[in-house]
Design a protein around this ligand. Structure first.
Ligand code: URA
Length: 263
């Protein structure tokens, strides 16, 4: 199979570890896919630099987990607008993380976005800057988004399960996740995205209530609060496990397919 990719998309795919074989120079704009895994990934809509309609090749995915029944959000958070929610998070003292944080990390991006990316929790740089995914994992995330024609301020909103950094980047504790969950839930309700990309096990646990490994939940469309969810690896994991970048690319293509099929 062949795909038309521009130079920037080729660079992004190379960054993601998706190998492309260049055919004869006369066909320089076309590329042949290097592996079966990548071939499957690329059968989803072609990546785009502009929001032109892709050639949609729908990949039938097996059904996801049964949707979790969420108790209705109660309390003041349930009706907050973006600004009130932002201020509430900035002043939050619901768990002990408020004592060690330098900044809360509410989220960043386009409040009209079709895409919501959900990560785990702020790290050191995010805590310092008050913005999610600004470290090395964030650079990879930006490149992944670029490869499908998106950017952190262009049709994407990025948030975390936890809004405060766990000291020493330790794993979030269940009580912390539970305290923070209404904020993410309200962000989803305000945003009404067409897709949620759940990156890593804490995003998956928080959104889907599942402790299944990522590898078992990939390749399916799950749901959270009525919104389709695609599960993928956390960018920090991908930095340590380079061969799995091709799987993350397949996950992005599945998510793109879902957004396109929703119209
Ligand atoms: N990892 C995350 O999950 N979120 C961030 O904001 C940064 C790193």
């Amino acid at each position: 199979m062949t795909l038309q990719l521009d130079d920037r998309q080729r660079a992004m795919l190379a960054e993601m570890g998706v190998r492309l074989f260049d055919p004869a120079p006369a066909e320089a704009a076309a590329v042949e896919v290097a592996s079966t895994e990548t071939a499957r990934a690329l059968q989803a809509p072609a990546p785009r630099a502009t929001p032109a309609a892709p050639a949609s090749v729908t990949t039938a995915s097996p059904p996801g987990l049964p949707e979790r029944v969420l108790a209705p959000l109660s309390g003041p958070v349930a009706d907050m607008d973006w600004d009130t929610l932002t201020q509430t998070v900035a002043a939050c003292q619901a768990c002990g993380l408020c004592h060690s944080r330098r900044n809360t990390v509410f989220g960043v991006g386009d409040r009209q976005a079709d895409w919501l990316v959900v990560g785990e929790a702020p790290g050191e740089m995010e805590d310092l800057q008050g913005e999610p995914f600004v470290g090395p994992a964030g650079q990879l995330l930006d490149n992944m988004l670029r490869a499908i024609g998106l950017g952190r301020h262009e049709n994407v909103y990025i948030a975390n399960v936890l809004k405060c950094r766990p000291p020493g980047n330790r794993n979030p504790e269940p009580a912390e996740v539970a305290q923070c969950e209404p904020y993410l839930r309200r962000q989803v309700a305000l945003l009404q995205p067409k897709i949620i990309l759940a990156m890593g096990r804490f995003a998956v646990q928080s959104l889907l209530g599942s402790t299944e490994p990522i590898g078992k939940l990939r390749g399916q469309i799950h749901h959270y609060a009525g919104v389709p969810v695609v599960v993928t690896y956390h960018p920090a994991y991908l930095l340590r496990n380079l061969p799995d970048k091709a799987k993350a690319w397949a996950d992005l293509c599945l998510a793109l397919d879902q957004v396109e099929s929703a119209g």
